[in-house]
Design a protein around this ligand. Structure first.
Ligand code: ATP
Ligand code: MG
Length: 242
């Protein structure tokens, strides 16, 4: 784990986001300033419409802020050209969505390797198939490697989404309500897995949730309301050296 925490991995400086609609402007984020450290597991909580999804999209450069700065590893990403952003996003971010659906005609292994249908891996020396099997097995799906999605439970499908997010070895995973459709056992499994991954790999995970039990397992809870962040305090301790 990287313990050089003097500078946040992710930083938002006075970020606002306004959607312009024919019916009028909708301000989804208002003056959000936030620093997130490497290896942290951060939960975004807040009422529906408070800006959680918008914030995840702005952090992950899927959406540009209307105002303010977004930095990853000290580099401003809100001003990168679309061309550079595509490459940057691929290398640094993975996304997990609430309704993440594996492709029906691909098995678990093939779904995990799917990102590499679109771009080359960072380090092509290793055997990608072995790496995928290792990730799938670490998520408790070792007995499902060649199963098709219609042979999987909802919890298992969400683990495939996690495997796919991990295979590209991103710096940051952004997950929008990743546990919303799961029962409690699977919700806890997903969040405990997130926590283990942050500890073992130094990956940073930011996820949104309406479930306070799940949020409380994270290192830090960022509370949102009406597009603002109520809590801007850094998490008290982690990541601490073992
Ligand atoms: N593409 C868009 N165009 C216009 N308004 C939008 C758009 N996306 C979000 N909004 C508005 O921005 C505000 C924040 O929405 P957002 O989806 O970020 O909330 P949320 O906290 O994720 O809510 P939920 O918990 O329901 O997922 C809402 O008022 C929403 O209507
Ligand atoms: Mg949302």
């Amino acid at each position: 784990m990287n313990t050089q925490n003097s500078q946040p991995l992710l930083e938002l400086r006075d970020v606002s986001k306004t959607f312009k609609l024919p019916s009028g402007d909708v301000r989804a984020l208002a003056h959000v300033s936030l620093g997130i450290r490497r290896g942290d597991l951060v939960a975004l909580v807040g009422p529906s419409g408070s800006g959680k999804t918008t914030l995840l999209n702005v952090i992950g450069s899927l959406d540009r802020p209307s105002q303010g700065e977004v930095l990853l590893e000290g580099i401003r990403i809100d001003t990168l050209s679309e061309e550079k952003l595509v490459l940057f996003r691929r290398e640094k971010f993975s996304f997990i969505f609430q309704d993440a659906k594996p492709l029906r005609m691909l098995n678990v292994l093939e779904n995990t390797l799917l990102p590499f249908n679109f771009f080359k891996p960072k380090n092509s020396n290793g055997n990608l198939k072995d790496a995928a099997i290792e990730i799938i097995t670490s998520l408790g799906l070792g007995h499902r490697i060649y199963h098709m999605p219609n042979q999987l439970s909802g919890g298992e499908i969400q683990r495939v989404a996690i495997a796919r997010a991990l295979i590209t070895r991103p710096a940051v995973i952004l997950a929008d309500e990743p546990t919303a459709n799961l029962d409690r056992t699977n919700r806890l499994f997903v969040i405990e897995t997130f926590k283990r991954l942050t500890r073992e790999t130094g990956i940073t995970i930011v996820f949104s949730t309406h479930d306070l039990e799940i949020a409380n397992i994270s290192d830090r809870i960022v509370q949102m309301k009406d597009g603002t962040v109520l809590d801007e305090e850094p998490s008290p301790c982690p990541p601490c050296p073992a």
